[in-house]
Design a protein around this ligand. Structure first.
Ligand SMILES: C[S@@+](CC[C@H](N)C(=O)[O-])C[C@H]1O[C@@H](n2cnc3c(N)ncnc32)[C@H](O)[C@@H]1O
Length: 319
C-alpha cells in the first residue's frame, strides 16, 4: 500500500474512534514507522512522496501504531518521545507527557539566570540589577521526565552560561520517573551535572538542601487537578498518564500549599532573592497568591499568562 492510501485509511479509523487529532496523529505515526522522524523530515515529505510503497515491515509497524492510537494511547507514549523546548525527551507511561505551557517556566527561569541584555538595561535603570556574584542552585520538584531542568541546563550550556549554576537537584516521588529523568539527562550528557533524588519532597525538602549561600531557584510543576475532576479528563490522559502526576487532592492544591509552607519554614542563607516557580490551574491562582501572602513575608509575586491568556505560572521571589 502507498503513503496516500495508508494515510487515508488510518485517518478514517482514528476518526471512527473519536480521536480529535486523527490526521496529524496518522502523519506523525507514519513518519515514525518509516523511521523519518529523527531525520528532520516533516510531514510535507509524506505528501511529496505519496506514491511511495510501504514495505511489509513498515506497513505492519504503522498498523501496530494505529491500533494503539485507536485505544487512545497518546502518540508520545507510542513513539516514546516528546519535544519540549526544542529538545526530544524519552517518555513512557511512567511520566507525564510534557505540556507546551510548561515551556513558559523554562523561559522565565532563563530570564532570571541569564537575562537578555535589554532586561539588564531596564533593571539597571530601575536600580534593581542583581548581576555580579551570581551562583544558582536549581531544585526541580516533581521532575517527571526531567524536561524542565534539562531544558534549562541545555539552554545555559548552549549560551556558554552553564557555570552560573552551581548545583542542580531533581526530585520525584516516583522511582520510575527518576529513572526516566536519568535517561534524558544522559541523552544530553548532563548525568553528572544533576543530583537525582527519589523521595517525597514533603519529607526531604529541608534545611540540608538550603545549606549554602547560593541563590535558589525552585521549579515545581506539581500535580494540581482536583480529585473530583479527575474522572472528567480525556481517555488519553486518564487511561495512560500516571495519576500520581495529575491529582493534587480535594482542591488540587495539597502539594503546592505544602511546598509553600515548607519554604516558609526553611531558613535560606542567600542575601540575593530566591525564586520559586509554580505551575497551576488558572482557577487556583488567587488561592495560591493568598497562601503565599499568608506564609511568606516580603515576597514578590508575579503571575505569567500562557499563550491562551490564562494565568499559568506564579513566580515568587523572596529573601
Ligand atoms: C505534573 S507532573 C510534572 C512532571 C514534569 N516536571 C513536567 O513538567 O512535565 C508532577 C510530578 O510530580 C511528582 N510528584 C507527585 N507527588 C510528589 C511528591 N510528594 N514528591 C515529589 N514528587 C512528587 C509526580 O511523580 C510527577 O512526576
Amino acid at each position: 500500500m502507498n503513503i496516500n492510501k495508508s494515510l487515508k485509511i488510518s485517518t478514517k479509523k482514528l476518526k471512527q474512534k473519536n480521536i480529535p487529532s486523527a490526521t496529524l496523529d496518522a502523519e506523525v505515526l507514519l513518519l515514525e514507522a518509516l523511521n523519518k522522524s529523527n531525520k528532520n523530515i516533516d510531514k510535507s515529505w509524506l505528501y511529496v512522496n505519496n506514491n511511495y510503497e510501504l514495505s511489509k515491515k513498515e506497513e505492519t509497524l504503522f498498523k501496530n501504531f494505529i491500533d494503539q492510537r485507536k485505544k487512545h494511547k497518546p502518540v508520545a507514549y507510542i513513539v516514546n518521545k516528546k519535544e519540549f523546548f526544542g529538545y526530544d525527551f524519552y517518555i513512557d507511561e511512567n511520566v507525564l507527557i510534557p505540556r507546551p505551557e510548561t515551556e513558559l517556566m523554562v523561559e522565565e527561569v532563563l530570564k532570571i539566570i541569564n537575562p537578555p541584555t535589554p532586561l539588564i538595561r531596564q533593571s539597571l535603570r530601575a536600580g534593581s540589577y542583581q548581576g555580579g556574584n551570581r551562583n544558582f542552585n536549581l531544585i526541580d520538584i516533581g521532575t517527571g521526565s526531567g524536561c524542565i531542568l534539562i531544558s534549562i541546563l541545555n539552554e545555559l550550556r548552549k549560551n556558554k552560561k552553564g557555570d552560573l549554576v552551581k548545583q542542580s537537584i531533581a526530585i520525584d516521588i516516583s522511582k520510575k520517573a527518576i529513572e526516566i529523568a536519568m535517561i534524558n539527562a544522559k541523552k544530553y550528557n548532563l548525568e553528572n551535572n544533576i543530583k537525582f533524588i527519589n523521595v517525597d519532597f514533603r519529607e526531604e525538602l529541608n534545611q540540608r538542601l538550603f545549606s549554602n549561600s547560593n541563590q535558589f531557584i525552585i521549579t515545581a510543576n506539581l500535580p494540581y487537578i482536583r480529585n473530583n475532576e479527575y474522572k472528567y479528563l480525556s481517555p488519553d490522559v486518564k487511561k495512560y498518564e500516571p495519576k500520581l502526576a495529575l491529582t493534587g487532592g480535594k482542591n488540587g492544591l495539597d502539594l503546592i500549599e505544602k511546598l509553600i509552607k515548607i519554604i516558609s519554614e526553611t531558613e535560606v542563607k542567600s542575601e540575593l532573592p530566591n525564586y520559586i516557580f509554580l505551575e497551576a490551574d488558572p482557577r487556583q491562582m488567587n488561592k495560591i497568591t493568598a497562601v503565599i501572602r499568608e506564609e511568606l513575608d516580603s515576597t514578590n509575586i508575579k503571575i505569567i499568562k500562557d499563550l491562551s491568556g490564562k494565568e499559568r505560572i506564579a513566580i515568587l521571589s523572596y529573601c
